[in-house]
Design a protein around this ligand. Structure first.
Ligand code: SAJ
Length: 413
């Protein structure tokens, strides 16, 4: 039977926090979602969303409409606290690829005054090994009263890591269906967190310690990164040898034990392009393959740019149409996007007139002008397909006949 927690505070209402908070609310929990962005808080309280993700609008509307979800700028007392805040790079001078835990620390500091014995604190953010223990230590430092010897026979503050695993574009389904790993700073913490996830998760729930859970998440994304790097390396080799990489991969994948992923313009997003570096930062001499894969994937945008420059040479005043800016198909997320990097660098290089199009970005976009697809199809000499959005898959091939095509996603193979 489902145990109802008295109140759940979710810190961070982004791509993970908002779906999780809404899902918990639709399962009958009282949820307060907290974010530092006042406009996001207002939007959510009106039952609307500030990010693009299929079906999230319906979920948020229903969660807010039921009265079980409300958004706020401030945390408050609750039984459960879920931290779903960003863990980006620190961008220090000596090492630009070290993890920045300042958002995790700020969220922990913000909830600390509201914590009571018996509360459960869950870290969902993808984090370097040791972060959950760091949260425990920070809480102990900020709230020594909770760790008094006189509390020895009372319930402790439970602390666990339950790394998010959902795929942008399929978040709502994966939130329910995916298996989850929960790592506690002790066994009781992991068990307590399991009760919460059981209330909405149909997948298996597997308990371990917090460090193993942290590394498991980093390893999942690194495994995908290494596999994409293999595909990207193949695309460069194939280009040199005059072989169609898309056909090659399709044929190689007919082998029962081969499953090569797809090449692209590089690897983007705030996860796969970031998380492997957390392993490299922790074990720089040992993580050789993981680092090499990152380097292969990070080199791909410049390789694409060189291709565009080479193709531009035959035009006096080339017009280059860049199709897509998001980091992958059918989403609006521009974070760490290779398509953005390529477009930006092409503009800076002054190769020609660059016309970019991103159908999922609505409203203001300051950095450079955006164009409608049909304008680009009319004016561009070179069409550079950077993201396999549905809109681009359905382009009438007749309209492309006279163009130079550079297809980084194999849509027009
Ligand atoms: N990509 C390729 N070729 C492929 C697959 C992906 O070039 O064959 C590129 C995409 O275009 C994109 C990047 O890789 O630029 C990452 O896209 P993705 O769809 O592989 O992954 P994300 O970043 O959207 O989500 C990943 C997922 N992790 C894994 O699949 C192991 C997701 O389950 C995680 O929850 C998410 O990272 C996260 O938040 O950590």
């Amino acid at each position: 039977m489902q145990r109802n927690f008295q109140k759940i505070v979710v810190m961070g209402l982004g791509y993970i926090g908002l779906p999780t908070a809404s899902m918990l609310a639709t399962k009958g929990h009282q949820v307060v979602g907290v974010d530092v962005n006042p406009s996001a808080v207002d939007t959510i309280n009106q039952g609307n969303i500030h990010i693009v993700e299929p079906d999230l609008d319906i979920l948020v509307k229903s969660a807010v409409g039921s009265g079980n979800l409300r958004a706020s700028l401030q945390p408050e007392a609750a039984e459960v606290f879920i931290l779903a805040v960003p863990t980006p790079f620190a961008h220090t001078d000596e090492n630009p690829k070290t993890p920045d835990l300042s958002y995790v620390e700020a969220a922990t500091t913000a909830i600390a005054p509201f914590l009571s014995l018996g509360n459960l604190v869950i870290l969902e953010s993808t984090s370097p090994v040791g972060t959950t223990e760091l949260i425990r230590d920070l809480i102990a430092e900020l709230r020594p009263d909770l760790y008094n010897k006189s509390n020895a026979d009372r319930e402790p503050v439970y602390i666990a890591h339950c790394p998010e695993r959902v795929l942008p574009g399929h978040i709502i389904r994966e939130l329910v269906d995916n298996d989850r790993i929960i790592g506690g700073v002790d066994k009781a913490s992991a068990e307590k967190a399991r009760d919460l996830y059981k209330s909405f998760c149909n997948g298996g729930i597997f308990l371990t310690d917090s460090k193993t859970a942290e590394l498991a998440k980093l390893v999942e994304n690194s495994s995908r990164d290494v596999n994409i790097a293999f595909a990207n390396e193949l695309s460069v080799i194939c280009d040199k040898l005059g072989v169609n990489v898309w056909e090659l991969i399709e044929l190689a994948n007919k082998h029962p034990r081969v499953n090569i992923l797809q090449p692209g313009p590089g690897v983007g997003g705030h996860c796969i392009a970031v998380d492997p570096w957390f392993i490299v930062a922790a074990a720089p001499d040992e993580a050789r393959l993981i680092r090499a894969a990152r380097e292969v994937n990070d080199a791909k945008p410049n390789w694409v740019i060189d291709k565009v420059i080479a193709k531009s040479e035959r035009f006096k005043d080339p017009v280059i149409g860049c199709l897509g800016l998001a980091f992958k198909a059918n989403i609006d997320d521009l974070r760490e996007s290779p398509a953005m990097e390529i477009t930006r660098k092409l503009i800076k290089a002054g190769v020609g007139r660059v016309m970019a199009c991103e159908p999922n970005v609505h409203g203001s976009f300051q950095e450079f002008p955006l164009f409608e697809l049909k304008e680009i199809l009319k004016e561009a000499d070179i069409i550079l397909l950077l993201v396999d959005h549905d809109e681009f898959r359905h382009i009438d091939r007749e309209l492309l006949k006279e163009k130079v095509l550079i297809d980084t996603r194999g849509v027009w193979r």
